[in-house]
Design a protein around this ligand. Structure first.
Ligand code: PDD
Length: 283
């Protein structure tokens, strides 16, 4: 039985409640962050908080949530649930108000909830063996830069991929790969690393930012621009990044094996470098 956080209180998971009028439930008018926990410590917490603020600003939420308060309930959740490895999910909705497409003009109290989830992050099978991805049309809206809980298409895409024996879906928009269902995408060609430039069509990943620095530290040249499915299928290596995947190799894209179907040396080195730097700055 986990302890979870709802609007200032810690509750047993089967006792936590939110209103049926919550705009998060009725309109997906809500945003979230997923912060990984390794050795009981939060990875990249401050950057996740900055992005939380940005998401709230982009959606014109009128309230603001103090980062110290968020840090405090994150730490308590880790302690209460004795979380060593996994993640903390935090969601902030615009709040509770009578259903209307017109957003409330007054300041209303946001709903804030958070819970822990255990997950093998460091020694996952995906990290060891790599994952297989299939491509699907990117049919999401055009504000994927905001981390909203409007995740139905991403969930449909992931489910279609797993039903077909893949691990995830990479999404294609006008011939270019945007991102995975819940991660950023990368390819390696020789000494050049490519990841899609960040704009409104992808989420600018916190892990992506940190990994850009790690790749530079390892002496690689980085190009942040669009790449096609053909570019990806002819790459030497490919990988994804996210808070919970960290750096995870991709060994197959549709019918094409990447790097002979095995995780490559660069991806392994980059994952190790990212984990090293992440643990150095974990709080
Ligand atoms: N997803 N792109 C999308 C669409 C995502 O949902 C995520 C993260 C990322 C990577 O962002 P970050 O490096 O900040 O985790 C990119 C989280 C892990 C999730 O929804 O569970």
């Amino acid at each position: 039985m986990r302890k979870v956080y709802v609007n200032g209180d810690f509750k047993n998971e089967d006792e936590a409640k939110v209103s049926i009028f919550d705009r998060g439930l009725l309109f997906s008018d809500s945003i979230y962050e997923v912060t990984s926990v390794i050795d009981g410590k939060l990875i990249d917490f401050n950057h996740h908080m900055k992005r939380l603020d940005r998401s709230m600003t982009e959606l014109k939420f009128k309230s603001f949530i103090n980062h110290d308060e968020i840090l405090e309930f994150h730490r308590k959740l880790i302690e209460f649930n004795n979380l060593k490895e996994g993640m903390i999910y935090t969601q902030v909705t615009r709040g509770v108000v009578d259903r209307s497409f017109d957003m409330p003009k007054d300041v209303i109290k946001p709903t804030v909830l958070a819970f822990t989830q255990e997950k093998k992050i460091l020694e996952s099978d995906a990290a060891k063996n790599g994952i297989k991805v299939m491509t699907l049309e990117d049919m999401r809206w055009k504000r994927n830069d905001i981390k909203t809980t409007q995740l139905l298409y991403a969930s449909m895409a992931k489910s279609e991929a797993t039903a077909k024996g893949f691990d995830d879906a990479w999404m294609l928009r006008q011939g270019y790969i945007t991102e995975g269902s819940s991660n950023n995408v990368w390819i390696v060609k020789g000494k050049i690393i490519m990841t899609r430039h960040s704009d409104n069509l992808i989420l600018s990943g916190i892990t992506r930012e940190a990994v850009l620095k790690c790749a530079k530290d390892l002496g690689y040249e980085i190009v942040t621009k669009n790449f096609t499915l053909q570019d990806a299928q002819s790459a030497n290596e490919a990988f994804i990044t996210s808070a919970t995947a960290l750096v995870t190799p991709v060994v197959k894209i549709n019918t094409s094996k990447i790097g002979g179907g095995k995780p490559g040396n660069f991806v392994k080195a980059l994952r190790a470098e990212y984990i090293k730097q992440a643990l150095e700055t974990a709080i």
